[in-house]
Ligand binder design. Structure first.
Ligand SMILES: Cc1ncc(COP(=O)(O)O)c(C=O)c1O
Length: 393
């Protein structure tokens, strides 16, 4: 296990606040910021184009980042595409596949809008959505997914970990079900990448969509899409850097992944993500998983003991705790936590409105943990919530 207190100086802002909004975006450690600074100050050029030394150095660093990310997820680097966030990764799949009227997509009623609206949007092609229900703790039964499959089902798109409940989906089982029925599977790993070991070798979903800026501790504006068979997907954005040649109106795409990365990419961001996965590797993903699980379960247990506090989600949660304090609006609670103790939590629908509405909720307060959070911070949170809750009695 790594020493939590020893890594905290890598995240200077933690001296000022109690940062418990990691499910939204994480803090970025010094070595990652330094790697990005190095790009700006020492070799900034464009990627994949130009024979001069800076362009070459940039291309080499960018491809090294791809190798690092590929190795982190045990994927073929040719299958790793850099995007600007998980949302873009999912949309590349939604708009890159061929759809016919009557095709069906299975997703769930508790998805983040980013793994929901891209499929809703396919209705313009005549694609029909089938929603799997989760139970009141945000748990989805893989058998319920299988029951939704019909001859017209083309894709199952589900999140690995719910950003509202912290519940974990048995994705191994869902991928097996998809394979058995010849249906593609997209795993939205926004809340698990960097916090649960994920291997394209062992897991082999058709698509793995993930952020660089959450569990991987990379900078904002970065995401990754890993595609099992990139030849099957049409690039949604065409332009410079994605083609072998253009003559008149004819053109030939470059091999993947370049064909999916037209235009100048977020070069410093990608270099940051490359450094960030190395950082997470030194912590050990399994250690991070144990740590954020321990913190989330401790917080949930302590919060549940407070009168007037309702905690949502299963006991076996990872990383995330959603709760409410009596009838107080979640935004008010979140603001009080910030004002009284500089505790940063998220409040509202967490971009998963259908999930919260299905529970009859107008939102929750959400505390989410990262590898640098401590038990003392959990105690500060639950102490502060306790004071708010008891002031109502
Ligand atoms: C489960 C889930 N999917 C998708 C997203 C969207 O991620 P991004 O902000 O990287 O686009 C989030 C963000 O919180 C999420 O929690």
């Amino acid at each position: 296990m790594y020493d939590v207190y020893a890594i905290r100086p890598d995240f200077p802002v933690l001296e000022q606040v109690v940062y418990l909004d990691n499910a939204s975006t994480s803090q970025t450690p010094r070595p990652v910021v330094e790697a990005m600074n190095e790009y700006f100050f020492e070799y900034a050029g464009n990627y994949g184009r130009g024979a001069h030394r800076l362009a070459q150095a940039t291309t080499e660093h960018y491809e090294n980042a791809r190798e690092s990310v590929a190795s982190f997820f045990e994927a073929d680097p040719r299958n790793v595409i850099f995007t600007k966030n998980t949302t873009e990764s999912i949309n590349i799949v939604a708009h890159g596949r061929e759809w016919a009227p009557g095709d069906r997509v299975i997703t769930s009623a508790i998805e983040h809008h980013s793994n929901y609206l891209p499929w809703v949007g396919l209705s313009s092609y005549g694609v029909v959505l089938d929603l799997v229900d989760a139970n009141h703790e945000g748990i989805i039964d893989p058998n319920a997914v299988e029951e939704k499959i019909t001859d017209s089902t083309k894709l199952i798109a589900l999140s690995h970990v719910s950003n509202v409940f912290g519940s974990v989906l048995d994705i191994d089982q869902v991928i097996k079900i998809g394979r058995k029925h010849g249906v593609s599977v997209l795993v939205d790993a926004a809340q698990s990448a960097g916090e649960i070991p994920l291997s394209m070798k062992k897991l082999a979903p058709d698509y793995l969509a993930l952020p660089g800026h959450k569990g991987l501790l990379g900078p904002q504006g970065t995401g990754v899409l890993i595609i099992h068979d990139p030849e099957e997907l049409r690039p949604t954005i065409l332009g410079g850097g994605a083609v072998e040649w253009v003559r008149g109106c004819d053109y030939e795409l470059l091999d993947p992944p370049a064909r999916f990365e037209a235009g100048t990419p977020n070069i410093p961001g990608v270099i940051g993500v490359g450094r960030a996965v190395e950082y997470v590797k030194t912590l050990g993903v399994t250690n991070v998983e144990k740590h954020v699980t321990m913190l989330a379960r401790l917080a949930a247990k302590q919060l549940a003991e407070i009168e007037n506090v309702t905690v949502y989600g299963p006991e076996n949660r990872i990383g995330v705790v959603s709760f409410n304090v009596a009838d107080l609006h979640p935004h008010d609670v979140s603001m009080m936590l910030d004002e009284t103790n500089k505790i940063c939590t998220r409040s509202g629908y967490h971009c998963a409105m259908p999930a919260l509405l299905s529970l009859g909720l107008d939102g929750t307060v959400r505390a989410s943990f990262g590898p640098y959070n401590t038990i003392e911070e959990v105690n500060l949170l639950t102490g502060a919530v306790g004071l708010i809750a008891t002031s109502l009695v």
